[in-house]
Every structure is written in C-alpha cells, then in structure tokens.
Design a protein. Sequence first.
Lengths: 358, 296, 283
Amino acid sequence: MTQVRLADLTKIFDDDFAAVNDLSLDIESGTLTALLGPSGCGKTTTMKMIAGLLRPTAGDIYFNDNSILDIAPEKRGAVMVFQNYLLFPYMNVGDNIGFGLKMRRVDKREIRRRVAEMLELVQLPGIEKRKPSQLSGGQQQRVALARALIVEPNVLLLDEPLSNLDAHLRDEMRELVRSIQRELQITTIFVTHDQEEAVVLADEIALMFDGVLQQYAPPAEFFEAPSTVAIARFFGGLNFIPGTLENGAIHCPCGSFQAPKSGVKAGVSTLSIRPEAIQLGGRGHNDVEGVIRSHVYVGRYARFRIDIGEFQVEAVTEPSQVQHHQDGSTVTLHFPPEKIWVLPPEEEHKDEGNESAG
Amino acid sequence: MRFPSPQTDRGRQNLRIALLLTPAISLIILLFMGGLLMGFIRSLNYFPLIGLNEPNLEAYRLVFTDREFFASFLLTFHIAFTSTVIASILAVGAALLLRPTFRGKKIISFFFQMNLTFPHLVGAIGILFLFSQSGFLARILTNADVISRPSEFPALIYDRYAIGIILQYIWKEIPFIGVIVLAVLQSVGEDYEAVAQSLGANRWQRFRYVTLPLIMPGVLSASVIVFAFTFGAYEIPFLLGRSYPAALPVLAVRSYTDVDLAAKPQAMAMAMVIAVLATMMILAYMNLTRRYVRSS
Amino acid sequence: MASIQSATQLREKLPFNWGSLLRWLGIAMLLLWLIAPMIPLFIWSIAYRWFFPNILPASYNMRAWEYAFSPAAGALESLYITTYIAVVVTLLSILVGVPAGRALGLHRFRGKRIIELLILSPTIIPSLAVILGIHVVFIRLGIANSVLGVILVHLIPGLPYMTLVMAGVFANYDPQFEEQARSLGAGPIATIWYVMIPTVMPGIIVGGLFTFLISWAQYITTLIIGGGRVQTLPLKLFNFVSSTDYPVTGALGIIFIAPGVLVLLLTSRYLTGRSAVGGIGNI
C-alpha cells in the first residue's frame, strides 16, 4: 500500500525547456491514476521521474511521506512497463518474468513457482519456454505486465499501456489491467494521450498541457465540470459562447440563458454545452434562433452545424432529425439549463486543447 | 488479362538474386577459391610444366616434421589468442566509456576512429619507437631515474612472449571492436537497461544480465575477424618478432621466397595448413560461443 | 521532446562524483594509449641527433621531410600508385559489393547461408594462405608484377567488408520507395540513381572507407603479387624501417597515415550510424 505525493515537481531540459512545471499531485494508495495529455505534455517525463530514470530539476517525490529522490531506481519498487514492452530478446518468457526476482537473489525453485503463478494471473499459463519473438503483441504486453508484477512493486507505472494494441485486444487488456489492479490493490499510474482510455480505466485523471497540471479529478468531472475551455475542448467539447454571468444567468450576444451550474462566480465568462445536450425545437425558455449551416448523417446519430449570430455550434441529435431540417432553414435551439456549464473566458492565442498539439 | 503465375514470379525473383550475386561470387570463387585450389595442387608437388606429374604428400611430411613449425604454430596461436581476448575486453570497456553523451565526446570519438585508419605497419613502427629498449618510454624512464641503461628496460620487442606484437594488435584492434560495439549499443538504446533497473537490477547486474548479452553477438563477430587477422598477418610479427621461432605467416613467406625452388611446395603446404588451422579454430570458437550466447 | 520519449537517460549530469572522475580518468588513459605510438613517430621525423637517453632531440631539421618529398626517395610516386590502386579497388568493390549486399540484405533464398559464408571466407582464411596459389596463376596469366594483378588481389580482403556493410544497410531498406518511383514514371536506371543510391549512400561511404583503408595498408599481398615492381607506400616504408633510417621512416609513416585521416575527417559522421557499421557485427 503506497501513497504517492508529487510536490512542486519540475524538470527542465537543456537549461530552458520546462518539460514538467511545478507539478503537485496526491495519489491515494491502491488507486489507478491516469496522467493524460497530448504528446509532449510532460507525462512520460513525470513517470520517469517517479521511476527514478530521470532526476527532477526541482521539487520532491514522496512514497508514504518519505522522499525517494535519493533512493536508487532499482530500490524504489516503482516498476515501469514500457510502451514497447522491451522483453529481453535473448531470454525466454520464464526468464523474462523471473528477472526481477533473480536480481533479488531469490531461490531458483521459488522463482519458477512464482513465474507460473504470474502467467496464470495474466492468463497465459505454460508459455515459460517461448521466446518473446514468438509472441503476439498482446501476449508480449501481458508478459511485460507479469514481469513487473512479480516483484510486488510499491507503485506500478504503465507507459501508454494499450496504444500498441489492436482495438479488440485493447478492450481485453483494459479489463485485465483493471481486474489485476483491483485484485492486488497496487497503486498504479499510467500515461496516455487517449482521453477515452483514461476515462474508462482510471479512478482519477491528471490532465497536463505543456508540463502544467490543468485539472486533477475523477473522469466524470472532466465532462461535467471542466475548469477551462481548453480542458473542455480536450474532452470533446465544441460549443463555447462568450458572455457575462450574473445572478445564475449568462448573457451572451445572442441571448440570455439560465445557468445554475458554473465554475466561475460572476463576470466575463464562457457558456459551454456539449453537442448532445442541445435540443432542436424550442421549449419557451433558454431558447435561441439559429440557421442550419450543414449536417451529416452518421447512422447512429446526426450532426448539425448551426450558426447563431456570429457563433457556430454543433448539435448531435437523433438520426431521424435529418428529415425535418434542411440546410439553410431557421431552427430554434433549446439549451437545457442543467446541461450548461459556465467556464472562465477562453484565453487568447492558446490552442492547447487540440489533441494533435505538441 | 493474364496474371503471371507464382511459379514464374518466383523464378524471376531468383534470377534477379542470382544476377545481383554473380559478380561477387565469381570474383571470390575465381580469385580466392582458385588461389586456394592452386596452392593445394602445388603443395602436392604436382607441377606438370616442370615434369612433376606424381602428386605426393612430401611437402606436408616436411612441414610436420619441422620442429620450428610447431614452435611457430604455438607462438602464432598465442599471439592471436592473447591479442583477441585482451583487445575484446578493453574494447568493451572503451565502448562503455564512450557511450554516454559528454562534453568533448565528438573529439574523443574522432581519435578513437582515427586509429582505425592507421595501417598496422605504421602502428608497428610506432610501437617499435615507443617500446624498444632505447625507445621513447625507456628514455622517459631513464630520465625519471627508474632505469639507468637501455638493457634494464624490459625487452618488449623481439621478445620470447611476443609482447610487442600483442601490444600493437591491442592498440589497433581496440578501436575496431569498439566501434562495432558502440554501433550495437547505439542501436539497442538504453531502454532495456532502464527496464532492468526498474525491476531492481543494480549497476553490475544490468551490465552482466542486460548489456553484455545484448552486445555479445557483436563482440563475437568482431573478435572472429580479429583472431583470423592476427593469426594470418605477416608484417607485424616480421617487424616486431624474433626470427626463431617466427610466426607461421613469416615462416611460409620465408620458404616461398627461398631461392631453392624445392621449398615452394613446402610453402604452399604451410599456406594450406594455415588456412585449415584458421578455419578450424574459428569454427570451434563460434560453436563454443554460440552455445554460450544461447544459454545465458 | 520526442527525444525524451525515445531515449531514457540513465545517467544524469551531476556536479561531482567518484564515478565520473573514474570515467574521465579512463577516457584520458584511452586517449593517451591511442596516440602514444604516434608521438615518437612524429618526433623522429623532425629529429636531428636524437641520442639516448634524451627525451627530445638535441636539435631539429627537416631533412627527412625534404628527402621524403624528393624524387630520389620515390615516395611521391608511391603515394600516387598507392592512391590509384586503393581508389580503383574501392570503386570496383562498390560495383560488385552493392548488388551482392542488396541480395543478401533484402532477400531470403535457399542457400543464402552458404553464399554468406563464401563471401565472408576471406575475412576468416588469411589472405596469405591464398596469395601464394594466386601468384602461380597470375604468373601464368602474365599479370604478376603488374598493377592490375595487385588491384585484383586487393579486392579479396576488401570485398567482404563492402558486402557486409551493404547487407546491413539493405536490411533496413524499404524497396517500396523504388516501386513508388517507378509508378511516378522513373525508369529502372533513374530509380537506381535517384532512389536507391542516395538512400544507401551512408553504407557506400562506410564500406568504401573500409575498402580504401584495407587496400591502402596491404603489404604482403602487394609484395608477392607485385613482385617488388609495384612499389606502394607500405613497401617503401618497410624498406626504410629495415634500413633503420628513423627520421625518414617517421616522415614516411606520417605521409602514410595522412590520407586515411583526411578521408575519415570527411566521412566520420557516417561511422556512428548504426546500420552501416552494425553490418559487420552480423556474422
């Protein structure tokens, strides 16, 4: 049971590039935490600092309130599973999994027993004698996981654990990781650039942009209560209309809307509403007129682009709506008050929520 | 529309491969294998042009009954084996030293590679000037009052143990093996060692169980080349070695350039023996080491 | 940032520790060992009256250098013929070794192992063992004692390196680039010239460097096949060592290593490339 605390962790490369900037995180023992962000946001650097493969420029890392900075990586018990598995090519599966125990000079028979146990756990019993080159990607991933778990790590670090797998293997692996983590109650931190992966797998998500922590919260909060426009964008938010918040209502150039839920108190702010929350057809309140610019029929749903004055919003609706609305026609939209989330105004010249950034 | 059948497709592919290989293969067969075969024929005392029509093994009998031949073989083996082992170990050390990035790495790497371009002959002259009893080192030691006369400086050139020869080979082959090991290290990266460290391997364990097995195939390949070269080289033992016993190649050339024509088949026989010995030793070595690489 | 993702830095720059001190000591010793034999070589070339036990000569002059560059020494002639032979050998090796390297690096076929062994055999069987037999053949063909004969025998030790390096490079070569070029309208020769050659150029340079240096340094093959008529630099140098004229030996020795260093200066950035040198590690 290990609780991990990062305190003002900073890593500066080449004297001027801050890969990780003043990062503080409290990670509860036994939880599964995702470090999420676009590539280049500093998440892998953070993980390597926890593993001890990189030394922080400033700040500290605590396991159960003890600083581990001066503990050699091999003695931290923070085991990292690399994205490309890195099974030693000259060893068979059994020797690969038993590696950590051999380094700890565990008795050979004991190693053999534990290796067999681990292979059961990752659902690949009896393949000790095979070479890594004879395994599929999914099998290699499981072996790499078993190799890390056998040393009973304090903290398990997974670098993009699912990114090299096919879609169907990904679901299988996701469930396996989740169930093993629950069963063994190992504090696990994983790095990913895929928000869906983070949402499905993690108890808590730490979202980072450009080395800076943006929000640290359970997955649902990133959809329901993101703290900035950039975060909302990263999680698929598309509709942002600037306005002013006053007495539980936001006044935009195109109209005023009841907005009981808000991340800001009052003043200049941004209205946000997810595409699937917008309803076509008025309800008499929180309505706004728009002109349909274009639409696509996707099958399971339909997507409309609608101009509201100088702003454009996207609405995702029932597929049947395509029959009732033509491009160019005027439509009344309803923004349900409980689906509106008010954000601080969007900072200018920043486009970091884009997944391709970095 | 007709599709080419897989058969003719493969036929065309094989033809292309054959065409690509033909120049190299014919060159090696004609020159290398031809030379070997001709040497073999002549070693059997078979030379119809001057009336020798009956092949026999007389030359081989002479070679194997010559006492200098055995002394020469032992000496040559000692030179090749000792040089290869020491150079390989030091080269791995040098490669590990030069592996991480540090200030001045470019310049030091250049010196390392520069050595690669020096001909062995120049190295031999340098070693001679440096280590002979009146050489540069002896001069320095005399001035430091460690020795008072050239004869007090240990005989490293023309000596019994062929130390000068071995020093020269070590000097020249460390960069050769080192450059190959560095290339291997660069291509495997440092991530395997990071994994091992994360799993609890300390510095020595990382070297022993990860780095070494990863570079071993490269070291073995390079050391095979070095062994073969040092076993068959002529000019270094000629310049830095004793005349009795001389290294096998020196012995072979000596009898080949002998004015006595009758010595020529003997030289040819010795050339054949060198070829067979070199091949046998390298096959045995590769067999032994392959097993090691597989089992570790 | 991408570099951080791929390369893990195991060792970080730390202000001071014993490990790094030891490392620097090791590097210094390595460097000293590498250049030590060249120091007396250089001093001898400009020494005038260098008696034991003086560490440095009593005085210096350029006699050895003047002599080395005078027509009487024949060193310039040797420099020319050595360069000529090495360049021709290198070009021929490229012509023969690049196709062979392509076949071995790119294709799998029956008997490949045997072909590999055959091409490798000159690195394992000492060339001295075959040179005597070749001499007999060359005498009969009338190309003994000729530059042509010397060029042919220099190909034997050079070709395996060229082929090995190229096989290593072609193993990482994607022939789909050629198909792309063909579909864009390039003919077979244009494809080789504009696609294949530029792509495998680093390998050609490294392989060429090795072949050049191997030919450049040949002694016994040149002596036997050239019969003393083809006086390359190593033969000249050998004569001077035996004559114990150390200053001229030193000067010739430096002349002998200069072109190699020059070629390396032009090509060293390719030597650290993994695929090119790595080919040799694949026996």
